[in-house]
Design a protein around this ligand. Structure first.
Ligand code: UDP
Length: 241
C-alpha cells in the first residue's frame, strides 16, 4: 500500500469517523471512545473502547479473510485507526443469532439464553431517524436497497461468518450469542463492511455466562473496558500463540 494520508473527514457516526485518503478506493477509519445505546439516547465515553474495537475488528476481519470471507479491511494503521476499501453501503443491517437475547427475547417471549435450533437471520433498515425498523426481503427488493441476487450473497456470507466465528470463539470459551453485520458494494462485489466487535456482537463466557459485550453498557453493569480487553486478550492469545 503506497503511503496514504488522512485527508478531510467525510462522515462521523456514533462510534467511528471516516476520512478520505488520496486513493478514492481507500478510506481511513478512526474508532472513537463514545458508547451509545438505544438509538443514541444513552451516551458515554469509555476510555480505550475505540482502541479495543479497532484491534478486535482487525483480528476478526483478518481471521475471516484467511477462511475465504473478504471484507473491506485493508490494514491497521495504529491502535485506533485502520484503512478500509470504500464501499457503497447497502442500508440493511443483518443480524445473525444462535441464542435468544435482546430484542428477540422480547419479540418471542422466550428467556435470554434459550438456544435456537438453527441460526436465525434478521434484517433491519439502517435509518437512525426511524430507529432501524425490522424489515424483510420483500421490502429490500421493493425499495431496491439490494437485489435478490445480492441478498443471496449477503445471507450466504452472514451464515458462513456465523459458522466460522462460532467455532473459533467456542475454542476461546466464548459463546457467540448474536451479532450484526453490514455490507456494501466495491466494484460491484458484495463485501463485509463496518466492524465486528463487542459493540456489535453478544459474547458470553461459556463457563460463567458472564457478558463480555456492550450489554454491560446497555444494562449499567460496569466493567465494559475490562470485558472488551478480555475479548482482545483471548483473541490475541489464540491468533498470536
Ligand atoms: N446490534 C448492533 N447495532 C444495532 C442493533 C443491534 O450492533 O443497531 C447488534 C447487537 O449488539 C446484538 C445483535 O445486533 O449483538 C442483536 O441485537 P438486538 O436485535 O437484540 O437488539 P438490541 O438488544 O441491541 O436492541
Amino acid at each position: 500500500m503506497p503511503e496514504l494520508n488522512k485527508l478531510e473527514q467525510i462522515y462521523e457516526g456514533k462510534a467511528k469517523k471516516v476520512f478520505r485518503t488520496e486513493n478514492p478506493d481507500i478510506y481511513w477509519i478512526e474508532y472513537k471512545d463514545s458508547a451509545t445505546a438505544f438509538n443514541g439516547e444513552k451516551k458515554a465515553e469509555i476510555e480505550n473502547k475505540g482502541v479495543l474495537n479497532n484491534r478486535i475488528s482487525a483480528l476478526f476481519f483478518q481471521y475471516l479473510a484467511k477462511q475465504g470471507v473478504p471484507s473491506h479491511f485493508v490494514e491497521l494503521i495504529n491502535d485506533r485507526e485502520m484503512l478500509v476499501k470504500s464501499l457503497q453501503i447497502i442500508p440493511v443491517e443483518v443480524v445473525a443469532r444462535n441464542i435468544v437475547a435482546g430484542s428477540l427475547a422480547k419479540r418471542v417471549g422466550q428467556p435470554e439464553g434459550t438456544p435456537l435450533a438453527k441460526p436465525v437471520l434478521e434484517f433491519y433498515y439502517k435509518d437512525d431517524a426511524l430507529g432501524d425498523p425490522m424489515i424483510n426481503e420483500y421490502h429490500i427488493a421493493a425499495m431496491e436497497w439490494a437485489t435478490p441476487e445480492q441478498m443471496d450473497v449477503i445471507k450466504a456470507i452472514a451464515l458462513k461468518v456465523n459458522e466460522i466465528l462460532k467455532e473459533f470463539l467456542a475454542g476461546l470459551n466464548i459463546d457467540l450469542v448474536d451479532f450484526k453485520l453490514e455490507f456494501g458494494l466495491h466494484n460491484g462485489e458484495v463485501l463485509l463492511g463496518d466492524e465486528i466487535s463487542p459493540d456489535t456482537c453478544r459474547f458470553w463466557d461459556s463457563r460463567t455466562r458472564e457478558k463480555l459485550d456492550k450489554d454491560r453498557f446497555r444494562r449499567d453493569m460496569g466493567g465494559l473496558e475490562e470485558a472488551y480487553r478480555e475479548i482482545l486478550n483471548r483473541l490475541e492469545g489464540k491468533l498470536k500463540g
